[in-house]
Design a protein around this ligand. Structure first.
Ligand code: TMP
Length: 213
């Protein structure tokens, strides 16, 4: 199923990319830009974005890399997403508010579906049955995994489980996100995230303005 449609007035936007690609900064900046034009966006994130989903987040991002099998991970991410959708995303869109989410279903398609065995079919089946919605616009922040990984680990947030899979994994992720952009050319836009944050924010603001026009 496709997104909510800009005709509803509210835009559902996701930011995606490898760890350390600057999504969170750009999501915040986009929310500020929209607020400055008088809109009232909800800024949220995955895994998380609702109290129950934030509880599930801790199970997913902390601990040993081999703590969960890819299949178990898919189920946990989907449970968190369903809660996020019910408690945060759908109520916001119904109230006419834009939603900006730092990651959504494309992260599962790539992290669990394409990089640790071919589980994309399973991800798509569960997505269709329990989620059933994709964003109107997905901004994929694309950059060199070596630079991004240094940034990600430098944060030392205690949420490094996926960064701990290593550089080869981050390269597979980057390839996965680029393939996804080619698969969904109308919804996904690839952004060169190796530039300074101001230039990236300017590009994103222009893309979103275009979708809102
Ligand atoms: P974050 O660092 O962007 O907050 O995301 C936490 C980690 O969870 C990140 O390494 C990506 C990973 N992740 C998945 O593996 N699958 C998913 O579906 C989502 C939403 C995140």
């Amino acid at each position: 199923m496709s997104g909510t449609g800009p005709e509803r007035g509210a835009l559902f936007i996701s930011l995606e990319g490898i760890d350390g690609s600057g999504k969170s900064t750009q999501a915040r900046r986009l929310a500020e830009t929209l607020r400055a034009t008088g809109r009232d966006p909800v800024l949220t994130r995955e895994p998380g974005g609702a109290p129950g989903a934030e509880d599930i987040r801790r199970l997913l991002v902390e601990g040993d890399p081999d703590r969960w099998s890819p299949e178990t991970e898919i189920l946990l991410f989907m449970a968190a997403r369903r809660d996020h959708l019910e408690r945060t995303i759908r109520p916001a869109l119904s109230a006419g508010r834009d939603v900006i989410t730092d990651r959504f279903a494309d992260s599962t398609r790539v992290y669990q579906g394409a990089t640790r065995g071919d589980l994309r079919g399973l991800v798509d089946d569960i997505h269709d049955r329990v989620i059933g919605i994709d964003p109107d616009l997905t901004l994929i922040l694309d950059m060199d995994p070596e630079v991004a990984l240094t940034r990600g680990l430098a944060r030392r947030s205690g949420e490094d489980r996926f960064e701990d899979f290593g550089l080869a994994f981050q390269h597979r992720l980057r390839d996965g996100f680029r393939a996804l952009a080619a698969e969904y050319p109308r919804r996904c836009v690839l952004i060169d995230a190796g530039r300074n944050p101001d230039a990236i924010a300017t590009d994103i603001a222009a893309l979103v303005a275009q979708r809102l026009a």
